[in-house]
Ligand binder design. Structure first.
Ligand code: TTP
Ligand code: MG
Length: 414
């Protein structure tokens, strides 16, 4: 059964937001450059890079990645606008709320792109295209900006459809049209095929998706290893990666561990608290969350378990802040026995506005991580892992990551 996937991508996102919020920029060739803070640090015009240009500026050849000189050279009347990341992050979060009125399966992929799985919900609105049009209208009504929507049987094709139809477009590539659409498409146009891979494929005489799809799998596997499987699928327009719902409903990020032996010594306890705090902080940072409440869970050898919380003044995902709070909590209770299990969690979560993937680099990293996850899902955990991980993962197989530590009975101690 084929799924119906929708890709939403804002048109000239930062520039459109600036033109909307500063009406005197409307219809003008503008380029958005690094945010104010960034500008103070990298002040020189050579190093100040254009993050995006309005479509008016693009008509002159202004491109993302040009520095200010290069931009002004092709378009002397180019207006430079210093970006405001918080504004874009806010818009991004509000956009997600719009998407969620159409389906719960929303993956915010970058600051201005999202994937929606509407397989189960499009009937409620009519057809997949009605959903697309309704989203375009809702975005326009709310923010006065346009977006392009691609619809397809998977993320790869949905993304391609939106790329093809930019700007202010809507395109549905139905399963039966996939083959024809991609047959002559240069492989580098396909989402996820970078310059390196397309260069290697080029030396193998493969230029189009059609050609890629016809190469025997064994040839690709020999050349690219496991990635070859994915490449072959891409050449056929196939992509089985799911739209992964954002854990926006995650109430907390927590880790707990049953200790190798019951402990009493404060230095030992603190060492575990630091380790748990780091795991929580890292996970929150990785997923772009900050939280306001730190909870500590303690279980005694007789299995009595309780937790105590501390509310912070500011949101955080800083390991050190989490650790200090956990120590504050443990200082405020009189331990009646040795400790068998310790847990630390961060709750009252919200998105960290500064951590959305603003840059292509971090998006690439995100897709790298997804690829690793997919490989590990298929071939077993830690088939593929980071070099530094091996060193960190020392003796303990006892750590149980608990995204939602619902198994712990919480008894608040006053
Ligand atoms: P894109 O979706 O790549 O570009 P865009 O929305 O400006 O234009 P298009 O109509 O072609 O989709 O990126 C989204 C925003 O992310 C963009 O407005 C600015 C920002 N951005 C960066 O900060 N750094 C980058 O390298 C890129 C590519 C984008
Ligand atoms: Mg965009």
């Amino acid at each position: 059964m084929s799924r119906i996937t929708l890709c939403v991508d804002m048109d000239a996102f930062f520039a459109s937001v600036e033109q909307k919020t500063k009406p005197y920029l409307k219809g003008k060739p503008i380029a958005v450059i690094g945010s104010a803070m960034h500008h103070m640090v990298h002040g020189s015009a050579k190093r100040t890079v254009i993050t995006t240009a309005s479509y008016e500026a693009r008509a002159y050849g202004v491109k993302t990645g040009m520095n200010i000189y290069e931009g002004k050279k092709v378009c002397p009347q180019l207006i430079l606008v210093i970006g405001d990341n918080e504004k874009y992050a806010y818009t991004c979060m509000e956009l997600e709320r719009i998407y969620l009125t159409f389906t719960p399966d929303v993956e915010v992929y970058s600051i201005d792109e999202a994937f929606l799985d509407i397989t189960a919900s499009y009937h409620l609105f009519g057809s997949p295209e009605t959903v697309g049009m309704a989203i375009k209208k809702a975005v326009k009504d709310r923010f006065g900006i346009t977006c392009t929507i691609g619809i397809g049987p998977n993320k790869l094709i949905a993304k391609l459809a939106s790329d093809i139809q930019k700007p202010d477009g809507l395109k549905w590539i139905k399963p039966e049209d996939v083959r024809d659409t991609i047959e002559d498409l240069p492989i580098k146009e396909l989402w996820g095929i970078g310059q390196k891979i397309s260069a290697i494929l080029g030396t193998m005489g493969i230029k189009t998706c059609g050609e890629l799809g016809r190469i025997p799998l064994s040839v690709l596997r020999n050349r690219f290893g496991i990635i070859g499987i994915r490449l072959k699928a891409m050449g056929l327009g196939l992509d089985d990666s799911p739209v992964t719902r954002e854990p926006e409903d995650a109430k907390s990020i927590g880790h707990s561990m049953t200790l190798p032996k019951d402990i009493w010594d404060r230095r030992e306890i603190d060492a575990y608290l630091l380790r748990l705090s780091e795991m929580v902080g890292r996970r929150a940072r990785k997923n772009g969350f900050i939280g306001k409440v730190i909870s500590l869970v303690i279980r005694y050898p007789d299995f009595e378990t309780f937790s105590k919380q501390k509310t912070l003044k500011d949101f955080t995902n800083d390991t050190h802040v989490i650790y200090l709070s956990a120590m504050d909590i443990i200082n405020s209770i009189r331990l009646r026995d040795k400790i068998r299990l310790l847990g630390v969690s961060l709750s009252t979560l919200t998105r960290d506005p500064l951590q959305l993937s603003l840059f292509k680099e971090s998006r690439r990293r995100k897709s790298l991580l997804q690829t690793m996850d997919r490989i590990n899902d298929r071939y077993g955990d830690f088939t593929l892992t980071w070099g530094s991980y091996k060193i960190q993962e020392d003796n303990s197989g006892v750590i149980s990551p608990a995204w939602r530590p619902s198994g712990v009975r919480c008894v608040n101690v006053k």
